[in-house]
Design a protein around this ligand. Structure first.
Ligand SMILES: *Cc1c(COP(=O)(O)O)cnc(C)c1O
Length: 390
């Protein structure tokens, strides 16, 4: 249709006949049929329409339609949480004997699924490093059914070349799934580079205001039909209320992301110039090892900055405690700036060796830069670094 911002605002389904300017919420668990023949035709998939809100609802349909256009995919599916989207994707495609090649740096609960849940059903996985694509060829197996990556990764902010990865997955006949949560479709469109499915925790930037949980899976009609086949009967459905809220949130995604990215780049530059900081990872810092790739595939760097403060755990926790405005929270992608200490929270289930492998040490702090005024954000970081000096 039109440009990103226009699509995010103007794709809206008026279904009630009331000529509402802003889409209403359809709080109904089920739908009625004109007659017995109409009911039969809907169940036989001969006609499109709503049957039951575990399958579809005007609000989830609107959200999916809009997200699919923004991501450049044919269609999609909405789930109650981001993890429900990831679990549903694994469960829909993987069977006993299959193998998943995954980036090492994945969301903590995704790691749990790969390491503790799916092996119970005979699905194995191997981790590969995002920054060493030359090694991927050796890690693929004849049974590799799926390649799963997060780029940029959490919290290491590593990046992989999606164009290369798309070709690699095709060559090995594997389904390429990208967790696009950190970038959102505004910053990065993995399907354009050959990803088969793009997944979101809509809890993060899609809502962007820390209000709700949600998940989205975008892809081709063919693959989403497989997702639907599993999700309809296992029930990880998104509620109409959450879908309504997320569809409204998309209307401001572009302006929010622009500001998140501007603020985060300024924070990254500030930290990089500060002698109290050992390392800063942000996609659009020239010091980032994959800076050129980030520039190629991302519109801007996103809202997350990860850094290592000198002085290890003690300094990192003192820094967090000294923050006056930032919230200490495990969430990200909120209007409010948030600080997290991954080693003791989101990634505490990993061993120290596993954490080292994904670039987390005891001094690592992840900040999700919000939409407060940049001067106030920098002021808070500056004073917390000062106060926390050992
Ligand atoms: C938060 C997050 C998830 C999980 O999403 P939920 O909505 O919390 O279930 C998955 N991947 C990434 C990258 C995330 O940040």
């Amino acid at each position: 249709m039109s440009n990103f911002e226009t699509n995010a605002i103007r794709i809206q389904t008026e279904r009630s006949g009331a000529k509402e300017h802003s889409a209403p919420i359809y709080l109904t668990s089920s739908y009625k049929f004109d007659d017995a023949e109409d009911m039969r035709a809907l169940f036989a998939n001969e006609r499109e329409g709503n049957i039951y809100s575990r399958y579809s609802n005007p609000n989830t349909s609107e959200l999916i339609e809009k997200m699919a256009i923004l991501e450049g995919s044919e269609t999609g599916w909405a789930t109650s949480t981001g993890m429900a989207a990831i679990f549903t994707t694994f469960a829909a495609f993987l069977k006993s004997g299959d193998h998943v090649l995954s980036s090492r740096s994945v969301f903590g609960s995704t790691h749990q699924l790969l390491v503790n849940v799916f092996p119970k059903w005979g699905v194995t996985s191997t981790y590969a490093d995002l920054d060493k694509p030359e090694e991927w060829e050796n890690l693929i197996q004849p049974t590799t059914k799926m390649i799963f990556v997060e780029t940029p990764s959490n919290p290491g902010i590593d990046i992989i070349d999606l164009e290369w990865l798309g070709k690699f997955a095709k060559k090995h006949n594997a389904i390429l799934v990208v967790d696009n949560c950190f970038a959102t479709p505004y910053l990065q469109q993995p399907i354009k580079y050959g990803a088969d499915l793009s997944i979101h925790s809509a809890t993060k930037y899609i809502d962007g205001q820390g209000r709700t949980l949600g998940g989205l899976i975008l892809g081709s009609q063919k693959l989403i039909a497989e997702i639907e086949g599993f999700a309809r009967h296992s029930g990880p459905a998104m509620s109409p209320f959450n879908a309504w809220m997320l569809s409204k949130s998309l209307e401001t995604l572009a302006v929010r992301m622009d500001r998140h990215c501007d603020n985060a780049l300024k924070v990254a530059e500030f930290l990089e110039a500060n002698p109290e900081i050992e390392l800063v990872k942000y996609p659009l810092l020239k010091s980032h090892p994959q800076y050129e790739i980030a520039k190629k595939q991302m519109r801007a760097g996103g809202g997350i900055v990860t850094f290592v403060v000198k002085g290890g755990y003690d300094r990192a926790s003192k820094f967090m405690d000294a923050l006056k405005m930032f919230s200490i929270s495990a969430n990200l992608g909120d209007t409010r700036s948030i600080a997290t200490h991954p080693a003791s929270s989101t990634h505490s289930k990993l061993t120290e060796a596993e954490r080292q492998q994904v670039g987390i040490n005891q001094g690592t702090v992840r900040v999700s830069i919000g939409l407060e005024h940049i001067d106030d954000i920098l002021k808070d970081i500056k004073q917390a670094l000062e106060v926390s000096k050992l």
